[in-house]
Design a protein around this ligand. Structure first.
Ligand SMILES: [Zn+2]
Length: 127
């Protein structure tokens, strides 16, 4: 049996399950509706939980991007990316390190040039 929706702050029962961000009519706090990386079911969250979920999603997408970028160099399964999956290390730092490796050893040589180009792009300051 599904649980009745309650406010994640004050636990007041909600008339209906919010489908999007809304304010609790009891405590006035903003209730977020989000999925997390670990649990893809939409759930009601506090501001802090929603922020934590956003951070986790950013990391998740960054790791996927790293894996995808590096697969072009045959490094999509590098153990360093496995460390990222375990929550260790910074995705951008590890991508740079692996691109540096690729820029020296990738075959054919045009991939080395590509790795250097991507590195140069990554290092451009972002606005
Ligand atoms: Zn409330």
């Amino acid at each position: 049996m599904p649980e009745l929706p309650v406010c994640p702050y004050c636990a007041a029962p909600l008339i209906k399950a919010p489908q999007r961000k809304t304010k609790c009519s009891s405590c006035g706090q903003t209730i977020h509706v989000k999925r997390t990386v670990e649990n893809r079911d939409k759930r009601l969250m506090t501001d802090a939980q929603a922020n934590a979920a956003e951070v986790a999603w950013s990391r998740y997408h960054a790791i996927n991007q790293v894996r995808q970028d590096l697969s072009a160099f045959g490094m999509g399964d590098d153990p360093m990316i496995g460390l990222l999956d375990l929550g260790m290390g910074d995705p951008h730092e590890i991508e740079e390190r692996l691109l540096l490796v690729a820029s020296e050893i990738a075959e054919p040589p045009r991939l080395r040039l590509l790795a250097l180009k991507i590195l140069a792009m990554r290092r451009k300051p972002t606005i």
